[in-house]
Design a protein around this ligand. Structure first.
Ligand code: PLP
Length: 389
């Protein structure tokens, strides 16, 4: 009976909600849907991390309020991880903020740094929650097209002088959701230069940081000289350690941004369950064998799926990282029409590219988040539609 606030009305519509209900409607008719539409990892958290949570959960100290800004063990583990993986030295007391998953941080940052009307440069196609955070902070969006001919990296020369002058924040995300592209060191160097020149804060979303194929290790933004002066990286344990349900991540890098995030969070929450933080520290510090295995699993799924689609005549490219394939829609369909067609006729769900922004039109996103058998079954079902032969 209560009217919602004007602010709530400014939030973008949650695109995935409509996909979820379309999938549910087809499943309710008794069909076996192969759901490649969402980005929900299907594999369990490695045992040693779960065991750490179990023992930490039994410790009564963890049943009480914990330090507001997170436990030092996790902040220290985050820094050790960055030193070991990327050779980057960071201060656990000043350069790390614990987050309730990457999403919370991404939505909080615009509220920390923007005044109403400030401009934010956002990749298009891109993860929709960048838009939510900017809407909550009453900022203005300037879209940066990610085009296939530019390897899905934004071309900063496309941005108007006005947009660059107004911009306060720049979101990037590599390995990229939805395109599966990875960034080069040179691109990040160019980004640092631009950020310095234009006084823009860079937020690099490193959600798929651990997941690169063909031996390619993803570059951390913080590996670039001067990166810490102009930005931060958002790291989450959701993907690399199959911990999406645990809601744990961290922001790392520029001290003033980290301070702003912690200040805001002081007003929002007491830090997350300390047992979860202890388990997250364990994930970062223990043997990374499970991560290597995970990457091999996704790589093998990618090969099976992409080669399968190519063998039925669909002209698709293999992603270099993340766990998504970004597939060109055949002529004559919009991305939404095509994803509806696949769902209704092959019972294969993929996400329409338009849900990631206007430059996502012409593509659909398929998650490699089921077994090779199911991916092959999806290929067979698509083949039976005889769209590509
Ligand atoms: N960033 C990107 C690009 C994502 O795809 C996701 C999750 O799907 C997230 C951030 C958020 O992950 P989480 O909130 O689970 O850490």
């Amino acid at each position: 009976q209560f009217k919602k606030s004007d602010l709530l009305h400014t939030l973008p519509t949650q695109f995935f909600a409509s996909l979820v209900s379309k999938v549910a409607a087809i499943a309710a008719q008794g069909h076996d849907v192969i759901n490649l539409g969402q980005g929900n990892p299907d594999l369990p958290t490695p045992d040693h991390i779960v065991k750490k949570l179990q023992t930490a959960a039994e410790n009564p100290i963890n049943h009480r309020y914990s330090p507001f800004r997170g436990i030092s063990d996790l902040k220290e583990a985050a820094c050790e991880y960055y030193k070991r993986e990327f050779g980057v030295e960071l201060d656990p007391n000043k350069e790390v903020a614990i987050l309730f998953g990457g999403k919370a941080g991404l939505v909080e940052i615009p509220q920390c740094l923007l005044n109403p009307g400030d401009t934010v440069l956002v990749p298009d196609p891109g993860y929709p929650d960048y838009l939510s955070g900017v809407a909550l902070a009453k900022g203005k969006i300037e879209r940066m097209p990610l085009k296939e001919e530019n390897d899905f990296l934004p071309d900063y020369r496309d941005l108007s002088r006005n947009a660059l002058e107004q911009a306060k924040l720049l979101f990037l995300n590599y390995p990229n959701n939805p395109t599966g592209a990875i960034a080069t060191k040179e691109f990040f160097e160019e980004t640092v230069e631009l950020a310095k020149k234009e006084s823009i804060c860079v937020v690099h979303d490193f959600a798929y940081g651990g997941i690169g194929f063909d031996g390619e290790k993803s570059v951390s933004f913080l590996q670039i000289d001067g990166a810490k002066e102009v930005g931060i990286e958002i790291y989450t344990l959701s993907k690399t350690y199959n911990m999406a349900g645990w809601r744990v991540g961290f922001a790392i890098g520029n001290e003033s941004v980290i301070e702003a995030i912690e200040l805001l969070q002081d007003h929002l929450y007491v830090s997350l369950f300390p047992a979860v933080q202890e388990a997250a520290a364990e994930a970062l510090l223990a043997s990374q064998e499970s991560v290597e295995k995970l990457v091999k699993t996704y790589e093998s799924r990618r090969n099976v799926f992409i080669e399968g689609l190519q063998s039925i005549g669909w002209d698709v490219k293999a992603p270099a990282g993340s766990f998504f394939a970004w597939l060109k829609v055949p002529k004559g369909y919009t991305s939404e029409e095509f994803s509806d067609y696949l769902l209704n006729h092959a019972h294969v769900a993929v996400a329409a590219g338009i849900g990631f922004g206007e430059f996502g039109e012409g593509y659909v996103r398929a998650g490699l988040l089921t077994t090779e058998e199911r991916l092959l079954e999806a290929v067979r079902r698509i083949e039976s539609l005889q769209m590509f032969s």
